[in-house]
Unconditional design. Structure first.
Length: 104
């Protein structure tokens, strides 16, 4: 069992880091750009993040993210990530997987 905010998770995965499902809002921007975009976080772990967005981000791109949890007792997560994978989804957008490089 593992707790994040008020959620208790049953950890049956065999991954290196536990993934916590969430539907929190996420803001992101590519390094070097002033444009901030919105998306929805799908899951987050110590090692990375998966989120939905409307932009096809290139693998290898470095972006800054800010995850805004719905629970006020859970602090936002601000980090720099490296995009590992982008896949189109059924809603016409993209699912982006990224590896956390640095907390900011």
């Amino acid at each position: 069992m593992w707790t994040w905010g008020s959620r208790v998770m049953d950890y049956s995965e065999k991954r290196k880091y536990i993934r916590v499902k969430t539907s929190s809002k996420i803001e992101y921007r590519e390094i070097g750009s002033d444009l901030t975009h919105l998306g929805q976080c799908i899951n987050v772990s110590t090692g990375g993040v998966l989120f939905r967005c409307e932009h096809d981000l290139s693998p290898g791109a470095t972006i800054e993210i800010s995850i805004k949890p719905e629970q006020k007792t859970v602090a936002p997560l601000d980090a720099t990530i490296k995009v590992v994978r982008t896949q189109s989804n059924a809603n016409g957008g993209f699912n982006v997987a990224g590896k956390i490089k640095e907390l900011i």
